[in-house]
Design a protein around this ligand. Structure first.
Ligand code: UN1
Length: 514
């Protein structure tokens, strides 16, 4: 446990993190001159962890040129060989799991278990990418013309850009970077300015493995604000795909810049996820699933449960139990064992939490538990007592995503009403129903049910495995990353027709005599 300055110093030494870190990597580390410093503060106690030099415009160009050059070498390595390098990367991450997990705890304020879980998620996607490296398959399609064959294959894109968010400072990047790597792409990472250290530490681990393997440096790093570097990347034609994780508002700007140049994008934007708790639910499972969904990462996940829709026959009993969970919640320093809710990322997140609660009250909501600042670590750090609010589904505040632990509770009578409430928000990432009734569960997962990209039964909205495609509909942006066939986003599709005959028959029976 990095409880003292000495522990922190030792951790930083093992991860080769300095007091002032270069924030630019393009095969070598560079501290850009005359640029602003990005200061990484720990939300645990507000202390300065270290600083990172942001990337200057001329160094940004060097990064792109190096990524393009690395691509020309990397793309010539057969995919299964790329996979065996990813195997080594997965092993290196296993070896560094404790240290990297602790860094995520220090920088993002996650509990120890969640910090390690985040590194495990990277290891999982590294393993997945190894298998995938031998399964980048295409199709053979029946041709309508004699002596013709049609095929479909996927070829690499080139350098791609990944703009990641503070709440998953490493794993969401790896969903993109590792899959793109076995597909043959190189990647340029711009992490959140709230969590640049995790990105520096991870890039150090990975660049060492690539060097040992004699592979080109395919994982580059740039740092700086979204407005500057993020927008530059989005508008840069040399970056074939932008994968963006963040707010709906920023996602719309990124999407406009990318589509202006007809580039590709993957958008993983906000969620406003709900759980339906039926009177047929196993109540203990439902309580745990809803609580984890609402409270993990202090409600700062895209997948966090923000609304719970409870059947009126069990409403009172369920809410009473939920209130007790909220009243007894261990909020505190996330390095301590037993703590379930750590701090929010910064002061502005606390302010947004407070103003959403006042707004909810103004719109008719009733605060059942929590909803105030919590004084931990002598008032330093950004802790709050998660809020449980009885509300009405049509309240405007319940349709917006506040990136903080606020759970709105609604009542329903019939399942179609629950689904209507569920789908009545602009966002569409994750959803869940707790029920042991097969008919209800089938209804919820059918086209009549949840309108989200992720639909769960008897497990909460948060905590997806890497094996499935991750992403959502409506304002969530429609992107898919991580498992399943999301790899296809990191390649371009070619439809190929081969004539191996002695004539030139035309499709659709068209005649053309010369
Ligand atoms: C996010 O919040 O951006 O499903 C990603 C989950 C995690 C990933 C969340 N595996 O909650």
């Amino acid at each position: 446990m990095a409880s003292s300055d000495r522990d922190k110093e030792e951790l930083f030494a093992r991860l080769s993190i300095e007091e002032i870190n270069p924030g630019t990597f393009f095969g070598k580390w560079t501290k850009s001159k005359n640029t602003s410093m990005i200061k990484s503060y720990s939300p645990i106690d507000g202390s300065l962890l270290a600083s990172v030099t942001s990337t200057s415009p001329s160094d940004y160009d060097k990064v792109i040129l190096q990524s393009e050059k690395s691509y020309t070498e990397w793309v010539e390595i057969p995919p299964p060989k790329r996979g065996s390098i990813m195997l080594k990367i997965g092993q290196a991450l296993r070896a560094a799991k404790e240290d990297l997990g602790m860094l995520v705890t220090l920088e993002a304020g996650k509990t120890i278990s969640e910090g390690k879980g985040e590194i495990q998620e990277m290891i999982d996607i590294a393993d997945f990418s190894v298998g995938l490296s031998r399964q980048l398959e295409g199709l053979v399609i029946a041709s309508e013309r004699p002596w013709h064959r049609m095929m479909e294959q996927y070829v690499p894109l080139g350098p791609i850009g990944i703009i990641s968010s503070f709440n998953f400072p490493s794993s969401v990047w790896s969903w993109n970077a590792f899959i793109a790597a076995v597909c043959g792409d190189t990647s340029i990472w711009k992490p959140s300015s709230k969590t640049p250290l995790a990105a520096v530490a991870i890039t150090k681990v990975l660049s060492r493995i690539l060097e040992e393997e004699g592979a080109p440096q395919i994982f580059s790093l740039v740092t700086g604000s979204g407005e500057e570097i993020g927008s530059r990347m989005a508008a840069d034609r040399r970056i074939k795909l932008i994968s963006f994780t963040g707010s709906v508002q920023s996602g719309k700007k990124v999407s406009q810049l990318v589509s202006e140049r007809l580039g590709k994008s993957i958008l993983e934007l906000g969620g406003n996820n709900a759980a339906v708790v039926s009177d047929n639910a196993d109540i203990d499972i439902a309580l745990k699933g809803v609580a984890f969904g609402a409270l993990a990462t202090a409600g700062q996940r895209c997948t966090s449960t923000r609304r719970v829709i409870v059947n009126d026959r069990i409403y009172d009993a369920f809410i009473k139990k939920m209130e007790k969970i909220y009243r007894d919640l261990p909020v505190g320093d996330p390095r301590k064992s037993g703590i379930l809710v750590g701090p929010l990322i910064d002061e502005s997140a606390v302010r947004k939490f407070e103003s959403a609660i006042s707004e909810a009250k103004r719109q008719g909501g009733k605060l059942l538990a929590g909803g105030t600042r919590a004084s931990i670590n002598g008032g330093k750090g950004f802790y709050v007592k998660p809020a449980l609010i009885e509300a009405k589904p049509d309240m405007e505040i319940c349709k917006t995503e506040t990136f903080a632990p606020i759970l709105y509770v609604f009542k329903y009578h019939a399942i179609d009403e629950a689904v209507r409430i569920h789908n009545s928000v602009p966002q569409g990432l994750s959803s869940s129903i707790f029920t042991r009734d097969l008919l209800e569960s089938e209804y919820f997962i059918s086209h009549r049910g949840s309108d989200c990209g992720i639909v769960n039964v008897n497990t909460g909205t948060a905590g997806a495995e890497i094996g499935g495609a991750f992403g959502g509909e409506k304002d969530t942006g429609g992107g898919r990353e991580s498992g399943s066939d999301a790899w296809k986003n990191y390649m371009r599709r070619q439809t190929i027709t081969i004539n191996y005959g002695k004539e030139l028959p035309l499709a659709q029976g068209v005649e053309f005599k010369i």
